[in-house]
Structure formats: structure tokens, C-alpha cells
Write a protein that binds this ligand. Structure first.
Ligand code: SF4
Length: 170
């Protein structure tokens, strides 16, 4: 389903929804959840050097009931798939999913004919809103994913600003 995985309301309150969406976009709370080496880059993104908190997304929650973003950072095995899905279902809507790294997107380097244990893409289990390719993606790439998610939620990209044309080209 994706796009926040919410059933459209019967009655719309457009202006209120707009305000709520800005609030949601600027206070995304990720689930504290890592599956493999990509999780190290996710942790680095939240650390002081990259400071994901600048974008309101640094409050990692230990409970899925208090989180609205699942970052699938690492290899998803069939053994783990049910748990990933259960965590997703326990998150309140609206909720979003970021597939971080080639493993989460497609099975990555573990997608081999002889390997039966890896799920070849977490989108087979939960709806994914933003994909972050790389093995591993750098923290900046995860931050870019959050900026894209914010734009997806409220329709406005906050950073970097659109280019300002100061003078006419001759
Ligand atoms: S994509 Fe690469 S870095 Fe990320 S979990 Fe898979 S093997 Fe590890």
C-alpha cells in the first residue's frame, strides 16, 4: 500500500490535514531496529557528525507503538520476516518504511542460487516508501531518504532550498 498506509477518510478536512502533515513530516520517529551492517550507517546518521536530529528524525523509539518510520537496515532472512512484519503491524498509522541498502531492497550480495534463506526485497513483506541503494549506503543517503519522505508527506522539500535565480542570463 505505501504512502503512509492509511485508508483515505470519508470526510476530508484539507487544511487540518495539511497542518497535521507538516507536523508529521517534521517529527518522524524511527523504530530502533537494525538487521545487519547497514544498521551501523543508520546509527552514524543519528550520531553527532551527521545529526539526523536537525531534520526532526533523531528520536529513535524502542517500541513500535511509538514509532512511525521503520528503517529496514540490513539483510532480511525468512526466519526474521515474520518479526519484521509484526513490528510493522504494531506501528500506528500513518507509518512509513525506508528500505536501506541493497540487502533490504533485493537481497544484495546474499542473493545467490545456493542461498535459500534471504528475502529478496523487504517489499515482499511490508510496503516500502523510499529505497536507499548502496552496500552500505552512507549516512548522507539515509538523510536524503528522510528529506524525500518529508516531501512525500507534506509536499514541501525543506533542504536544500530550490535554486534562486538572481539575474537574467544574457
Ligand atoms: S547492503 Fe551491504 S552493508 Fe547493508 S546489510 Fe547488506 S551486506 Fe551489509
Amino acid at each position: 500500500m505505501g504512502k503512509g498506509s492509511v485508508v483515505p477518510p470519508l470526510i476530508g478536512f484539507a487544511q487540518l490535514e495539511k497542518v497535521l502533515n507538516h507536523a508529521r513530516a517534521n517529527s518522524l520517529w524511527p523504530l530502533t531496529f537494525g538487521l545487519a551492517c547497514c544498521a551501523m550507517e543508520m546509527m552514524a546518521a543519528a550520531g553527532p557528525k551527521f545529526d539526523l536530529d536537525r531534520f526532526g528524525a533523531g528520536v529513535f523509539r524502542a517500541s513500535p507503538r511509538q514509532a512511525d518510520v521503520m528503517i529496514v537496515a540490513g539483510t532480511v532472512t525468512h526466519k526474521m520476516a515474520d518479526t519484521v512484519k509484526r513490528l510493522y503491524l504494531q506501528m500506528p498509522a500513518p507509518k512509513w518504511v525506508i528500505a536501506m541498502g541493497n540487502c533490504a531492497i533485493s537481497g544484495g550480495p546474499f542473493k545467490l542460487d545456493i542461498n535459500y534463506s534471504v528475502v529478496e526485497g523487504v517489499d515482499a513483506i511490508v510496503p516500502v516508501d523510499v529505497y536507499v541503494p548502496g552496500c552500505p549506503p552512507r549516512p548522507e543517503a539515509l538523510i536524503e531518504a528522510f528529506l524525500q519522505l518529508e516531501e512525500m508527506i507534506c509536499g514541501v522539500r525543506r533542504f536544500p532550498d530550490p535554486p534562486v535565480v538572481t539575474q537574467e542570463l544574457a
